[in-house]
Design a protein around this ligand. Structure first.
Ligand SMILES: [Zn+2]
Length: 412
């Protein structure tokens, strides 16, 4: 039976959001959290962007080292041969790629201004797929940008050409959030039936339907006989009004009426880590989780009116579809209200020793402590905010990887 899998694109669509960004260490922590949660793939960055090179290579090393055990790391590039060549020149060990190109007449005419026609788009894409395969890519997803505004017959032609050239998945991008749950169900189903490839649903939230569209599109794909891959971002962070929120998608797939039995979520997703990953993204992006965010918002389990409070106290199921414990909530958070020593870019050994001692991290000798402190200083320079405990522990545990993440050398 086909299933739903998750491809999180926080480290690609999330970070390309206007006014927002993440340090390379923060992106790495997100890959680790996604791995721990059981997410199928992280779209971990941009292989043709020079400042990503050290980060991408370091994360591929974490895969080799077994730190990132189950998750796949996929790069995002344009579906043109030049991008494929540059990718394998810069990141020879990359295994998974998504190749993206616009398919709607609006974008073909509006972006390429008459320089490319429909058949050129298919030619560019198939050449890129061939090149990626020739370079040894293990999995190739082909992205149809603006698929929801693309003539369905052309989209089918595009998808079939992708399959013929050995693509593993087709990404249906509702780039502008134009679909509704009914239209995306139909398109998902037609693509699954006729192209006969697993289909990715990439939904934006411009009309407030990103999560509903993702689930409905996935239902169409599964009814069409193929696996569905929903693209998510943590806290729904993404271009303009954002993408489908990771936690809301998991909740919708597992808790909504009659969904889980007919459209099962594949792999083993650890919802217990939901609160942790959402809080980290909130801190790293410096964007508050909305108070009413499903599952992880401050009010997601808050009750005040008489009838609701009385009802939920008698039996939580009266007014809660799922329990806060399932999302890893309920533990008290320790907030320092007295003296605080923080490790930052100008920290010295005494303060740093104190901070790491509290985390029960010890060092072999003074040299090692100094080396880790130096890395922590650089990480703080990059992120411009105090590192969280798990970032400090990561640096102490994998200093060589941290060194690579923190090395940004502009071309001369
Ligand atoms: Zn997008």
């Amino acid at each position: 039976m086909p299933e739903i899998y998750l491809i999180d694109v926080t480290n690609r669509d999330g970070v390309q959001t206007a006014k927002l960004g993440l340090s390379k260490l923060e992106k790495t922590m997100i890959n680790i959290y996604l791995n721990d949660m059981g997410v199928f793939q992280s779209e971990f960055g941009f292989p043709t962007t020079r400042h990503e090179i050290n980060y991408l290579k370091a994360n591929l090393e974490l895969v080799e080292m077994g730190v990132l055990k189950h998750i796949r790391l996929g790069g995002w590039i344009r579906a043109i041969i030049e991008d494929v060549e540059t990718t394998f020149q810069l990141i020879p060990d990359i295994k998974h790629l998504n190749l993206s190109i616009s398919t709607s007449d609006q974008m073909i005419n509006g972006k390429f201004q008459g320089r490319r026609k429909r058949h050129d788009i298919i030619k560019d894409m198939t050449e890129a797929v061939d090149a990626a395969r020739a370079h040894g890519a293990e999995s190739i997803g082909v992205n149809a940008e603006d698929a929801s505004r693309t003539d369905i017959n052309y989209l089918l032609e595009f998808g079939l050409a992708a399959r013929e050239h050995g693509a593993d998945r087709l990404r249906y991008c509702d780039t502008l959030g134009y679909d509704n749950p009914f239209t995306i169900y139909d398109n998902g189903r037609i693509l699954a039936e006729k192209v006969a490839l697993p289909i990715e649903l990439h939904c934006h939230n411009d009309l407030g339907m990103a999560v509903a569209n993702s689930i409905s599109g996935a239902m169409g794909v599964i009814d069409g006989g193929q696996d569905a891959y929903i693209n998510t971002t943590i806290n729904g962070i993404g271009e303009r009004a954002g993408n489908a929120d990771l936690i809301a998608v998991i909740l919708a797939a597992t808790k909504s009426k009659e969904t889980a039995t007919r459209y099962p979520l594949g792999g083993s997703i650890k919802l217990k880590l939901a609160s942790k990953i959402a809080k980290f993204a909130e801190y790293a992006f410096k964007v508050d989780i909305p108070i009413n965010q499903p599952g992880v918002g401050a009010n997601a389990f808050a009750h005040s009116s008489g009838i609701h409070a009385d009802g939920v106290l008698k039996d939580p199921e009266n007014y809660e579809l799922y329990s806060y414990e399932e999302l890893g909530r309920g533990d008290p958070i320790k907030v320092e209200t007295g003296r605080e020593i923080i490790a930052g870019q100008y920290s010295g050994t005494a303060g740093f020793g104190h901070v790491m001692g509290k985390l029960e991290v010890s060092f072999k000798n003074r040299e090692e402590a100094n080396e880790i402190l130096e890395l922590v200083r650089y990480a703080n320079v990059e992120s411009q905010k105090p590192l969280v405990e798990e970032e400090l522990k990561f640096i102490a545990r994998y200093p060589e990887i941290a060194k690579k993440l923190l090395t940004l050398t502009p071309l001369t």
